[in-house]
Design a protein around this ligand. Structure first.
Ligand SMILES: *Cc1c(COP(=O)(O)O)cnc(C)c1O
Length: 382
């Protein structure tokens, strides 16, 4: 068989090639304009070609790109301080290059903290935590595991939002619980305050770490800085990526200082993680988000978008928090609707066979929301 593409066939070939973006807008190679209500899977939360981002990245590339973690740089320390402040303080940060790597750090940290024999991490069915061998096993979607067995040992899955199932899965080998505040890839399934508060109580009683995967939900997406803040709890470990770099690859694992302090030099590392180019992007993201009060903007825009979706004929229900939303359609409708929306200039994706995910930039305007709703109204089957 002759390969027709130089790329491995891990993704369905795309119908569109994008060449330029600005804010919520994208343009393809033919010059057609689109509204980006997906943000590269929750990444470009400040939109495309944000001036503060462009400025920061260009200036950093001219100044200092990379010296490795054998040497100190200033910008990474500053970003770690800001993240710690936003997370409530008292923690330390490890920088990685992606979400899966941020979770790998959390998993290794949990094992080091737990000690020999206490290493099992419980996560939920329907979760998504990454594609490396360990984070794939943490991902509670058994169908994704099959081709890659045997996967690293030490993972257990329980029903989502079911405290009794969690209690029943705990034995002396368990060290941590890893959860998303809203399951993103699993279909935009929000947790409840009761569930997260119950998990916090169980983790305290059984001396387990509560590790929250905020890779998709973090940094304003849900209308709060972090998704867990909707539930009135504090986690022990938080992982971030996606919006942190607005497209520049960066991930971060934050942990309470007593937990983080179980790592000693040599336990974990990365060549690129925390390098000035990525952290300069993250610094610009955080500064801009704070200046614009991006979480509040996302909350207000999310209310408008959810209300508008609810009113569309063909939409059965709307779920999600802030600007991480899914419109539930009839069975089998999401893929055709997504394809038709794309031809009319709206980028969204099918998160299940019946649900369309919407995750526009946090600074999306009311006019852009209304324009997206009009496109959806035109393509939804009645
Ligand atoms: C996207 C995602 C990941 C994986 O991030 P990568 O950067 O693709 O490795 C992990 N967890 C959640 C919740 C995600 O949404």
């Amino acid at each position: 068989m002759t390969a027709t593409s130089p790329l491995m066939p891990t993704y369905v070939p795309s119908a569109v090639t994008f060449v330029r973006g600005r804010g919520t807008e994208l343009w393809d190679a033919e010059g057609h304009r689109y509204l980006d209500f997906l943000c590269g899977l929750g990444v470009t939360s400040l939109g495309h070609a944000h001036p503060a981002m462009a400025e920061a990245v260009c200036a950093q590339v001219r100044t200092l790109e990379h010296v490795s973690n054998l040497f100190a740089t200033e910008v990474g320390v500053e970003v770690a301080r800001t993240l710690d402040r936003l997370l409530g303080g008292g923690g330390q940060v490890f920088f990685a290059n992606s979400g899966a790597e941020a979770n790998e750090c959390a998993l290794k940290l949990a094992r080091k903290w737990g000690g020999r024999g206490r290493h099992v991490v419980i996560s939920a069915y329907g979760s998504f935590h990454g594609r490396t061998l360990a984070t794939l096993h943490a991902t509670g979607q058994p169908a994704k595991h099959e081709a890659f067995q045997p996967l690293p040992e030490g993972f257990r899955h329980v029903a989502w939002c079911d405290l009794a199932a969690l209690e029943a899965a705990i034995d002396p080998t368990v060290v941590a619980v890893l959860l998303e505040p809203v399951q993103g890839e699993g279909g935009v399934n929000p947790a409840t305050p009761e569930y997260f508060q119950g998990v916090r109580r169980i983790c305290d009683e059984r001396r387990l770490l509560l590790m929250v995967d905020e890779i998709q939900t973090g940094l304003g997406r849900t209308g709060a800085w972090f998704g867990f803040q909707h539930f009135g709890i504090r986690p022990d470990v938080v992982t971030l990526a996606k919006a942190l770099g607005n497209g520049m690859p960066i991930g971060a694992c934050w942990a309470r200082a007593e937990v983080a302090g179980t790592f000693v030099p040599g336990d974990h590392g990365t060549t690129y993680g925390g390098q000035p180019l990525a952290t300069a992007a993250a610094r610009a993201v955080l500064t801009t988000m704070e200046a614009e009060d991006a979480p509040a903007r996302a909350a207000a825009a999310g209310r408008r978008l959810a209300r508008g979706l609810q009113a569309l004929p063909g939409v059965r229900s709307v779920r999600g928090i802030g600007l991480l939303l899914a419109a539930e359609l009839a069975a089998g409708q999401s893929r055709p609707v997504v394809a038709e929306a794309l031809t009319r200039g709206l980028v969204v994706n099918a998160v299940t066979s019946s649900a369309v995910r919407l995750a526009p930039p946090l600074l999306v305007s009311d006019d852009e929301i209304d324009e997206a709703l009009a496109i959806l109204a035109a393509v939804l089957p009645r």
